[in-house]
Design a protein around this ligand. Structure first.
Ligand code: G6P
Length: 606
């Protein structure tokens, strides 16, 4: 879960500043340490250390010489503690090779022992360092630099996105397997990065490498070869794709944090999705057709998993279609029943979550069809899928997903509505209208939600535990509310189906424990949840409700919303105050909501 970047330019000098700004845009992938290596006329210069990118590289402009080619890395530790030695780039013994790596190498101990027996000295505890020493070793053996790199990659097992620079050679040598890596195309310079976001300020033309690809990237050319299962490296052509995200989307603007900016973007994103109903028709038709042949399994992780649960509810309620939702990391063990013709619907913001990709590979090996809902264009998941629909939320930088959650729900609602029309052989006019009205309501209520959420955050910020209770379609919203609060404020929070709560967690309720209850629009469900609410209230809980504005609920604090929204679309509204409560609690506790400790935006390790 690291970010890597590389630039090679024929200008002769001057890549350092661009490297730093690209690396800064990757910071959401990891932020415990960072580093840069530059190819200069003096050799390879390296600056690295523990801390944020700005803390580490602010020294770079003064301390190291600029050059024509460089690589950078932002780390989220997997092998080896967080320390300056373990920060990337990592060097060979002769300091003529520097590498950055994202992923985890299998059996690297064997490679390291073999290299050490040949006299190589290691300066870090990382698996990644073997790559630098292997390249050095292979240059000695084969002479040719490209051949040495290819031979090195051939001996790696596991997941890797690697970029290497070699003294005297103005180019980037890159390779990928099960970790994301794109090549960007500029004028008189070319780039590589873990994702397009790092390079949008330089280019919108990209080559998306496939697993098993190795590329030689010079300032003017990109040559790609592919490692076959028989160990050959065959030359291949990879197409150039244009990405339409503008670099401005990656700026925080006047907002204090990306998370707040992204919360604010939600009404517009929901409107855009509603207006693009026809774009989702092809996807919905494909899914509708496939459902005749097989069963539907939804697979996702984190927040996308919660959106998947809402999808399951919509498919069941609107279409009477049975589906299951499998947590991506558990997929292998819970999917033995899948057969040829079954359907896997993968939901992922990044399209790079390793567990989701692995689940999809397993599913494909069993002959299932794979459809996916993705946010990041060109991501690996899109290339493993038979059909893709983009949720069109624009780049999300805050580690805690917000706008992509509501965008996923809006798209799932649209798809379910289109499939319902197909099922009933008629086209209802109100699908687009109801989403547009949600967007309008949200827009109108955001300021009030912010005000109320801020007040609530002051009441809960010193609590140790909090509980989020929901029923029906808002049970997953409760799970998401708890996830938001715990991940950015570090207050322990649990989401629960309100009716199940009495079978255990009720024992944890004592004076002042916050219980955040999502009050259903549906009258029968509401009656039941009010009973659940009374249960916790009478045991001393501090009750906070999110509810329609036309109902009377006995609660300490209420956040109300327009009663016209209706049950099926209520998660789109209810999610927002929960995001804001988490946001203001984190800010009030002086915790950076954009970079929660130990977490990363794109989890590219299993
Ligand atoms: C990480 C992120 C979450 C995200 C999850 C799944 O844990 O911090 O915000 O929900 O990964 O990511 P995906 O990109 O597959 O939706």
């Amino acid at each position: 879960m690291c970010g890597i970047v590389g630039i090679t330019s024929k200008k002769g000098a001057g890549v350092l500043k661009d490297l730093i700004s690209s690396l800064t845009k990757l910071e959401y992938r990891g932020y415990d340490s960072a580093g840069i290596a530059i190819l200069t006329d003096k050799g390879i210069e390296v600056i690295k250390g523990v801390g944020t990118i700005s803390e580490v590289v602010s020294r770079a402009l003064d301390e190291i010489k600029d050059g024509s080619t460089g690589i950078g890395h932002t780390r989220w530790a997997t092998h080896g503690e967080v320390s300056e030695q373990n920060a990337h780039p990592l060097l060979s013994c002769d300091r003529r090779v520097a590498v950055v790596h994202n992923g985890t190498l299998d059996d690297f101990e064997k490679l390291r022992d073999r290299l050490m027996a040949k006299g190589h000295r290691f300066s870090s505890d990382t698996d990644s360092e073997v790559i630098a020493h292997l390249i050095e070793e292979n240059i000695t053996l084969h002479g040719d630099i490209v051949e040495a790199f290819v031979k090195t990659v051939m001996s790696l097992k596991g997941s890797y996105a690697v970029a290497a620079i070699i003294q005297g050679y103005n180019a980037l040598l890159v390779a990928r397997n099960k970790s994301p890596l794109v090549v960007g195309l500029g004028n008189g310079e070319n780039y590589c990065a873990s994702d397009v976001a790092a390079l949008l300020h330089k280019t919108n033309r990209f080559i998306f490498l496939e697993d098993g690809d190795i590329a030689l990237v010079t300032p003017d050319t990109v040559k790609v070869c592919h490692l076959t299962s028989t160990g050959e490296a065959l030359s291949v052509e990879r197409g150039i794709e244009l990405i339409e995200w503008s670099p401005e989307l990656l700026s925080r603007g006047s907002y204090e944090h990306f998370m707040l900016k992204e919360i604010h973007e939600q009404p517009n994103i929901i409107r855009k999705i509603a207006e693009n109903l026809n774009y989702y028709r092809k996807f919905a038709e494909a899914l509708f057709g496939y459902l005749r042949d097989g069963s539907l399994s939804i697979v996702a992780a984190g927040t996308s998993y919660h959106a998947g649960l809402i999808g399951k509810y919509l498919f069941s309620k609107m279409l009477s279609v049975r589906s299951e939702v499998i947590i991506a990391s558990e997929f292998q063990e819970w999917s033995h029943h899948l057969r040829k013709g079954d359907i896997v619907l993968a939901i992922s913001q990044s399209g790079e979550t390793a567990d989701v990709l692995e689940a999809v590979r397993i599913a494909r090996s069993r002959g299932t069809r794979v459809l996916s809902l993705v946010n990041v264009p060109g991501s690996t998941l899109t290339r493993l899928s038979d059909e893709v629909a983009y949720i069109q939320a624009g780049p999300e930088v805050g580690v805690a997903a917000t706008k992509t959650f509501t965008a996923q729900i809006a798209v799932l609602y649209l798809i379910s509505s289109i499939m319902k029309d197909l099922n009933e052989g008629k086209i209802r006019e109100n699908t687009e209208r109801s989403l547009l009205s949600v967007s309008k309501i949200l827009n109108g209520q955001l300021d009030e939600f912010k005000r109320r959420s801020k007040d609530i955050s002051e009441r809960i910020k010193h609590k140790k535990n909090a509980f989020f209770l929901g029923r029906g379609i808002n049970f997953p919203t409760a799970l998401e509310g708890a996830l938001k609060l715990k991940e950015i404020s570090y207050i322990h929070a649990e989401g629960y189906p309100a009716g199940e709560y009495k079978h255990g967690p009720l024992a944890l309720i004592e004076e002042g424990v916050p219980a955040i209850v999502l009050v259903p629009y549906d009258e029968d469900l509401r009656r039941k949840i009010i009973y659940n609410l009374m249960e916790v209230k009478s045991r001393g809980a501090l009750t906070i409700t999110v509810q329609p504005d036309n109902v009377d609920v006995p609660t300490d604090f209420a956040i109300t919303t327009d009663s016209s929204v209706g049950e099926l679309l209520s998660p789109l509204i209810y999610a927002v105050p929960l995001q804001l409560i988490a946001y203001y609690t984190a800010v009030s506790l002086n915790r950076n909501p954009d970079k929660p400790r130990n977490l990363a935006k794109s989890v590219t390790v299993e």
